[in-house]
Design a protein around this ligand. Structure first.
Ligand SMILES: *Cc1c(COP(=O)(O)O)cnc(C)c1O
Length: 234
């Protein structure tokens, strides 16, 4: 099989798993947006995923995204930014990414809003929740999320479409599920309290846990390895 054929077969398998998870917990697969996390995969791999019907592609490094954009890697699918966004790179992402999933601080939120205002656009974003309160990770702490959401509502050039989270990598399965449940609780609460239930995206779940995330309420999963194969770090 060529790499493109492998990617297509993997996407079919992931879709089947999504359908099975949905059946198990009484949901519909149409509710789930499948984002291919394409970091460290080249433009051809991105194009293969798009040809195989991926819903969106997500990048987590600005430089890699910019290089692959120049090669038209994402033509035909929405591009999401899913990684840690340094404030000095905001200008390269606002207006380029259809959805910035990883807005995890008031400062970044304001920078994104300022840039979007300059461009005369409304930037769709998700607020990232640091559900494990990890020192090394970005994202709003659960107790700071509502203030962040409040502030976003005062900024007309950003539109919050929901929440995103990455639980601690070392969590055991049961603990990981509890993190998903907590974020779902925050999602429902803030959606109702501040956003008139207009949220659409709860982005949680990666290759190892997207089925669990779906059963806990995810509407968007970000899958890398299970679609593109193992990443080879130099
Ligand atoms: C790489 C990445 C993923 C996908 O990880 P896999 O375990 O390879 O599926 C999801 N979300 C973010 C933010 C990532 O950087």
């Amino acid at each position: 099989m060529t790499h493109a054929e492998e990617i297509a077969a993997n996407i079919r398998r992931v879709r089947e798993n999504i359908a099975r998870a949905c059946a198990k917990c009484g949901r519909s697969p149409e509710e789930i947006t499948l984002v291919g996390a394409s970091k460290m995969n080249d433009a051809d791999a991105c194009r293969a995923a798009i040809a195989a019907g991926i819903d969106a592609l997500g990048e987590n490094r600005v430089q890699e995204m910019t290089e692959k954009l120049a090669q038209n890697a994402y033509d035909g699918a929405p591009l999401h930014f899913i990684g840690h966004l340094q404030r000095n790179k905001v200008n390269k992402v606002v207006g380029t990414a259809a959805l910035i999933e990883s807005v995890g601080s008031p400062e970044l939120l304001r920078d994104i809003a300022r840039r979007a205002q300059t461009l005369g656009i409304v930037q769709d974003i998700l607020l990232e929740v640091n559900i494990g309160a990890e020192e090394a990770k970005s994202g709003f702490l659960p107790e700071a999320l509502e203030d962040g959401a409040h502030e976003a509502l005062t900024l007309p050039s950003v539109r919050v479409r929901g929440l995103m989270t990455i639980p601690p990598a070392d969590a055991a399965r049961e603990e990981n599920i509890r993190f998903f449940q907590k974020v779902f609780g925050l999602y429902v609460d803030i959606n109702q309290k501040l956003f008139h239930n207009s949220f659409e995206y709860l982005s949680m779940g990666m290759s190892g846990d997207y089925e669990d995330a779906i059963c806990e309420g995810a509407t968007m999963v970000r899958v890398g390895t299970a679609i593109f194969g193992a990443r080879h770090y130099a």
